[in-house]
Design a protein around this ligand. Structure first.
Ligand code: PLP
Length: 353
C-alpha cells in the first residue's frame, strides 16, 4: 500500500537557496534586501499586543488588501493577500489547473513553478526562452491547451524584462489565465500591473520579500479582476495571514516611499557592480532586479566554490542553460566592494595556476 500520492512520491521538492549556519557569509544568494525594513515596521512590532493572539486573525486581510491596492488605484476586491507570493502561486495552481490539466511556464525561470505543477498532479509545458532569454515569438502557440501560463517579469534568475507590447499580445491571445510574477517589479522601470484592468484573464503578483526587506515576514499580493480574486479567495487557507503579519505588513505598506528609496539605492549599487565586473571580463545580462546573472571569465562552478571559501555566498544553478553563470544578489556598497575584491583575488589565482 502506497502511503503517499504517486505524484508526490515521484517528485523532487523545491530546493531553496541555502540559509547556512556553519559560519557567517555575506549572503548574496537569495535576493534578500541588504537594508533593514522601514522604521515603521520596527514600531509596529514593538507596539503589537501579544494578548490579541488569543483570537483568530482577520480572515480576509481587508486592511492589507486596501493598502496594497491603493497606490495603483485598485479597490481591495482587486487584491488577494498571501503568506508570501509562493502561497499565492500555490493558490493559482489549485484555482486554475485541473488535476491532469496543463500548466505552461517559461524556462529558465523560477524553479518553484514546476514543483507546484507536480504537486497539483498536472502536466507541464516548459517553454524555452530564446538565446537572449527573451520570450519566443510563438509562446502562445506553444502554450496551447494550458489553462494557466506563468510568466515572470522581470524574469528570475536572468534579471531581464520582456517588452510590454509582447506581454500585451500574450495576454490578449492566450485564452487561459496569464499569471505575471512581478516579485522584482518594484526594481524595474515599468510594470504590467495596469494590465489587470484591461484583461480579465490576467493576474499580477507582488511580494514584500525583496523590495520591502520583509522576506522573513511572508507577505505577497495578487492583483486581478474581482471575478478571479473571488475564486482564489475560496481556495486560500481561511486564516492564511497571521495577526502579526497583518499589523507589520500594514505599517510597511504605509511607508512605500522608504521602499522606493531603497530600490533606488540597490539599482545604483547594481549598475556600479555590473560596470566593474564587465571590466574584469564578466558578461552580465541587463538586469532590472536586485540581482544579476553574470558569466565569469572562468568556470562558474569553480568560482562559486572559491567565493564561498572567501565568505561570499552566491547562487549557482546546475541547469545547463545557465550553468556557465552565477546569480549574485545586490548587497550594500561595502559588501559589493568586498565581493569585487574577492573576485579579483580569485581571478589572479586562476591566471597563476
Ligand atoms: C522570491 C520570489 C517569489 C516568492 O516570494 P515570497 O517570498 O514567497 O513572497 C516569487 N517569485 C519569484 C520569481 C521570486 O524570486
Amino acid at each position: 500500500m502506497n502511503l503517499v500520492r504517486s505524484n508526490v512520491a515521484k517528485m523532487d521538492g523545491y530546493t531553496p537557496g541555502e540559509q547556512p549556519r556553519d559560519r557567517s557569509y555575506v549572503k548574496l544568494n537569495t535576493n534578500e534586501n541588504p537594508y533593514p525594513p522601514s522604521p515603521a515596521v520596527f514600531r509596529a512590532v514593538h507596539e503589537f499586543d501579544p494578548g490579541r493572539l488569543r483570537l483568530y486573525s482577520e480572515p480576509l486581510s481587508l486592511e492589507l488588501r486596501e493598502l496594497a491596492g491603493a497606490p495603483f488605484g485598485l479597490d481591495r476586491d482587486w487584491v488577494l493577500a498571501g503568506n508570501g507570493s509562493d502561497d499565492l502561486l500555490t493558490i493559482a495552481l489549485r484555482t486554475f489547473v485541473d488535476q491532469g490539466g496543463l500548466c505552461a511556464y517559461t524556462h529558465p525561470s523560477y524553479s518553484l513553478y514546476p514543483v507546484l505543477v507536480d504537486l497539483q498532479g498536472a502536466r507541464h509545458a516548459a517553454i524555452e526562452l530564446d538565446e537572449e532569454f527573451g520570450l519566443p515569438a510563438d509562446l502562445v502557440q506553444q502554450a496551447t491547451g494550458a489553462s494557466l501560463l506563468i510568466v515572470c517579469r522581470p524574469n528570475a534568475p536572468t534579471g531581464n524584462v520582456f517588452p510590454l507590447d509582447t506581454m500585451h499580445r500574450v495576454c490578449a491571445e492566450f485564452p487561459g489565465v496569464v499569471w505575471i510574477d512581478e516579485a522584482y517589479g518594484d526594481f524595474a522601470a515599468d510594470s504590467c500591473l495596469d494590465f489587470v484592468r484591461q484583461y480579465p484573464n490576467v493576474v499580477v503578483s507582488h511580494t514584500m520579500s525583496k523590495s520591502y526587506s520583509l522576506a522573513g515576514l511572508r507577505l505577497g499580493f495578487a492583483f486581478a479582476d474581482p471575478g478571479l480574486i473571488a475564486e482564489m479567495l475560496k481556495v486560500k487557507d481561511s486564516y492564511n495571514l497571521d495577526m502579526m503579519t497583518q499589523a507589520v505588513g500594514a505599517a510597511a505598506l504605509r511607508d512605500r516611499d522608504y521602499m522606493l528609496a531603497n530600490c533606488q539605492r540597490v539599482r545604483a549599487t547594481r549598475d556600479t557592480l555590473v560596470a566593474t565586473l564587465d571590466s574584469l571580463g564578466f558578461h552580465t545580462l541587463p538586469s532590472q532586479t536586485n540581482f544579476i546573472l553574470t558569466r565569469p571569465p572562468m568556470a562558474a562552478d569553480r568560482m562559486f566554490v572559491a567565493l564561498r571559501e572567501r565568505g561570499y555566498l552566491v547562487r549557482y544553478f546546475r541547469d545547463p542553460r545557465i550553468a556557465d553563470r552565477l546569480r549574485v544578489s545586490i548587497g550594500t556598497d561595502a559588501e559589493m566592494a568586498g565581493f569585487v575584491q574577492a573576485v579579483r583575488a580569485i581571478l589572479a589565482a586562476e591566471t597563476q595556476a
